[in-house]
Ligand binder design. Sequence first.
Ligand SMILES: NC(=O)c1ccc[n+]([C@@H]2O[C@H](COP(=O)([O-])OP(=O)(O)OC[C@H]3O[C@@H](n4cnc5c(N)ncnc54)[C@H](OP(=O)(O)O)[C@@H]3O)[C@@H](O)[C@H]2O)c1
Length: 103
Amino acid sequence: MNKWFGKVALVTGASSGIGKNISIQLAEHGLKVIGCGRNLDNLSSVKNEIPKSTKGEFIPFKCDISNEEDVVHLFSFVKTKFKELSILINNAGLALEVRNTYF
Ligand SMILES: NC(=O)c1ccc[n+]([C@@H]2O[C@H](COP(=O)([O-])OP(=O)(O)OC[C@H]3O[C@@H](n4cnc5c(N)ncnc54)[C@H](OP(=O)(O)O)[C@@H]3O)[C@@H](O)[C@H]2O)c1
């Protein structure tokens, strides 16, 4: 993971589950992680969970990926603040439970 140290990653759905865990791992490996989700409080909790000694950082960003305006705003933020993005973990989503469905 050394080659990713200091690089920028964007993780969608970073406030819980898989996205949260990937975000924390990437920050622990020294990446600057922009974590997005619809609830900023939940993203801030993730930031608070990351030890201060961690070399990377977690930047919470409120964004609903089903809203085009939000997505444009997100990438505009990334471009302005970080210039480039090395990793995109496009994780946000819902798992639909399908029962009693006959094909
Ligand atoms: N867990 C599994 O067994 C499993 C299996 C197959 C596939 N997957 C897929 O893996 C991904 C993560 O699963 P998970 O279990 O970790 O889910 P999860 O714990 O429910 O987390 C979903 C994350 O996505 C965010 N999110 C949902 N809708 C969003 C939207 N419109 N815009 C921005 N963020 C949004 C949620 O935050 P907010 O609600 O605050 O926006 C949350 O951070 C999903 O795409 C899921 O379909 C999971």
